[in-house]
Ligand binder design. Structure first.
Ligand SMILES: *Cc1c(COP(=O)(O)O)cnc(C)c1O
Length: 495
């Protein structure tokens, strides 16, 4: 029997895994959740011997039950290959009393690669399984990181094309360089004269344009979305928590079935939700520690039971966590509401209309798996410095938020369980913030100079992703007005 997925806003909607991956979001606006969380019915001793790819199969096959073994293994092999700069794919580094799970060894040196390197393959297999003959066109608006990871994932994947819009003056020079140098016959990168919200609204309008949808279908195209609510991104993220646990056990760092805590620097709530699913599968996990930066909506939510996005948006040194609406939280809300689709829909309606909702005391009682806290900008920088001073290990600002919150957690609770901290970006992606935090003078130096200095200081190699863009030619120089976005997409598709 296939594991089916249903919408958080209408339990009557039931689809297979491959259909959920193709759709992304349910038509009622809900997110797809598995009807049950499958059990991890592989012994720890077996897991301890497995490669990353084997672990990926053991975990993902439990969720994507309408994929054949051959299909799923094919996707895994194409995703987790030499694009990653280490054969372990996601290594663990012990430093300062915690285990850092480095999720940044992929093509764009941030954790989004873990899921976006496999999503395109899951999507093309899903299309084939559902007799979709159209070419899949991925449309994305980005404030920097997701766009590049999606480009790298979809580049030259047969049966797909990808168009990424970014605010011409709204991303960092390195981020822009990463995108405009992207190779691949099926990719298009377009700057817009507007901000990220304009790009996002423009993309939403194109998605909702029914006339365009008809024209596309006639020409053999259909849109899909690669954003983080797709279960094709969520499921691959469960893998590395299982892998990390098994590797700690294999290395003799933990006893069999010893409970560990997991600390996650959180934005859209996708990564930490994957850890929660790993726990639900039976992985021995104690607390899930949710770390926020100064945009601490989630901390306030765990404190008060009220989710309130009505506040100023703060730009921080951990930009991928500058988020006021954590979309994936809806899956947790649905669960703690007793899988009540109407209750969930009502909360989300309040969020859309008033920017706030408040959960019931009974729901709050079901949040015991989680602990939330946040780090200020100053605390984040101090954390980078103090870990570097004590151990020589350099972490990026996102990871530092998690590391800081982990210290607060220990002080608050006295819990001495071992912890895995999700390390979500390479320090080479945020060299300016990192070098300033460890007391270096950055005046007048560009990101490449800083990368050289960071390499010398930390004794680590400059990642290929940075080396490559130093000299790579610019391949995309299209810049359009907001009103021209649709035409730009049509021009790229030749319709
Ligand atoms: C996206 C991102 C996060 C936040 O992850 P969510 O799944 O959105 O909570 C944290 N750190 C980095 C570097 C990211 O790119």
């Amino acid at each position: 029997m296939d594991l089916l997925y249903r919408s958080t806003r209408d339990s009557g909607v039931q689809v297979t895994a491959s259909q959920a991956i193709l759709k992304g979001l349910s038509a009622d606006g809900g997110l797809f959740v598995p009807n049950t969380i499958p059990e991890l019915d592989v012994s720890l001793d077996e897991l301890a011997q497995m490669s990353y790819q084997e672990t990926a199969y053991a975990v993902m096959s439990r969720f994507l039950t309408d994929f054949t073994e051959e299909e799923l293994k094919g996707c895994i092999e194409k995703a987790y290959d030499e694009k990653f700069d280490l054969p372990e794919i996601a290594p663990l580094v012990k430093a300062g009393g915690a285990y850092y799970l480095e999720l940044f060894h992929g093509a764009t040196i941030a954790f989004k690669d873990m899921a976006l390197s496999i999503l395109p393959h899951l999507m093309t297999v899903s299309a084939r399984k559902n007799q979709v003959k159209n070419e899949i066109v991925i449309l994305t608006a980005t404030s920097g990181d997701t766009g590049k990871a999606a480009l790298a994932g979809f580049a030259d994947v047969p049966g797909t094309r990808i168009v990424v819009f970014y605010p011409k003056n709204g991303v960092s020079p390195i981020q822009e360089k990463q995108m405009v140098t992207q190779k691949g016959d099926n990719v298009k990168v377009i700057g817009i004269r507007g901000n990220f919200d304009d790009a996002q609204s423009g993309v939403k309008a194109i998605f909702g344009d029914q006339e365009l949808e008809r024209e596309m279908a006639q020409a053999g195209f259909q849109f899909s979305s690669a954003n983080s609510i797709n279960i094709g991104r969520l499921v691959p993220q469960i893998v590395y928590y299982v892998y990390a646990y098994a590797k700690l056990y294999a290395a003799g760092e933990i006893e069999k079935n010893e409970k560990i805590n997991i600390v996650v620097p959180t934005g859209n709530f996708g990564n930490i939700l994957a850890a929660y699913y790993a726990k639900q599968m039976g992985l021995p996990v104690g607390r899930l520690i949710c770390a926020s930066n100064e945009n601490k909506v989630l901390f306030d939510f765990f404190q008060t039971g009220s989710y309130d996005r009505n506040r100023d948006f703060i730009l921080t040194s951990s930009p991928s966590m500058d988020i006021l609406i954590s979309s994936n939280l809806e899956r947790l809300i649905y669960r703690i509401a007793g899988e009540d689709d109407r209750a969930d829909a009502a909360f989300m309606k309040n969020l859309a209309e008033k920017g706030v909702y408040e959960i019931t005391p009974a729901m709050r009682e079901k949040l015991g798996d989680f602990y939330g806290n946040f780090a200020t900008e100053q605390e984040t920088a101090q954390t980078i410095q103090s870990l570097y001073d004590r151990t020589g290990y350099v972490i990026d600002p996102h990871t530092a938020v998690a590391s800081c919150v982990y210290e607060k957690y220990k002080a608050d609770t006295g819990d001495k369980a071992k912890a895995v901290i999700a390390s979500t970006a390479s320090p080479y992606k945020f060299t300016g913030s990192v070098m300033r935090a460890i007391g270096q003078n950055c005046d007048g130096k560009d990101d490449f100079q800083l990368a050289d200095e960071l390499s010398a200081l930390s004794g680590t190699e400059i990642p290929r992703a940075v080396e490559e863009i130093r000299t790579a030619p610019v391949l995309h120089d299209t810049v359009v007005e907001i009103s021209e976005m649709k035409e730009a997409v049509k021009a790229f598709l030749g319709i």
